[in-house]
Design a protein around this ligand. Sequence first.
Ligand SMILES: NC(=O)c1ccc[n+]([C@@H]2O[C@H](COP(=O)([O-])OP(=O)(O)OC[C@H]3O[C@@H](n4cnc5c(N)ncnc54)[C@H](OP(=O)(O)O)[C@@H]3O)[C@@H](O)[C@H]2O)c1
Length: 244
Amino acid sequence: MERRRIVIVGATSGIGREVAMELLRQGWHVGVAGRRVERLREIEALAPARVKHRQMDVTREDAPEQLHGLVEELGGMDVFLLCAGIGRQNPTLQADVELGTAQTNVDGFIRMVDAAYDYFRRRGGGHIGVISSIAGTKGLGAAPAYSATKRFQNTYIDALAQLARMQRLAICFTDIRPGFVDTDLLRGDKRYPMLMNPARVAARIVRALGRRERVCVIDGRYRLLVFLWRLIPRWVWERMPVRN
Ligand SMILES: NC(=O)c1ccc[n+]([C@@H]2O[C@H](COP(=O)([O-])OP(=O)(O)OC[C@H]3O[C@@H](n4cnc5c(N)ncnc54)[C@H](OP(=O)(O)O)[C@@H]3O)[C@@H](O)[C@H]2O)c1
């Protein structure tokens, strides 16, 4: 593979951390970012010559500056992968949960994806991957902000993919949409069916990036679920008690 440098934002735990580990095994140079700096240092300690880290909070205005600093330290970036995201069930509509989710998954998402787009525009091309979710397929009553922000992410990437073509830029996009994965994101919430192992999900993500897949739903069972959900008319969906 000729593309060997990736920056992963949201690499301190869960899916992002597993992707970082998998790519390190494959010999990539990896820039890792997130708020929990001690976890970033742990990853860097595994391969100091090939890992650089930056503490970064995507909700802060200085995050793009941090990204550019990390890219410089890494010696350039071929792939940008945004894994930072939060979400929880919130049927009581606590305002701080709903608004906080939008701050990270919408404001932070725009901030980081646009910063990566700008870098690749100036460099003449590149690859942007994001972890959205199958939750964006339909409005989920138990998690309104989460499902709405994930739909936002899907649409934003659709728009940027069109923009890149309009601007004749060689930037490609991979929108990764996993079903339930056994990570900290789900801990403390209810029980979840068809829970997937993060390392296996990471291996699938690495494959999707390698093949430059435009949209990747993980896994096959969830592909079927998404297909069926899309067939459900709104008036039926609104009457369905989807609890997870
Ligand atoms: N788990 C699932 O079932 C599932 C399913 C579909 C999609 N996803 C999506 O996958 C992505 C990764 O989630 P995960 O399941 O791996 O959960 P996770 O273990 O909680 O990982 C979330 C990552 O996001 C980072 N993050 C959160 N807020 C941030 C902020 N303000 N600035 C920078 N980094 C931030 C966290 O790092 P710090 O806390 O150190 O900043 C952490 O590295 C999320 O977008 C999530 O919506 C998850």
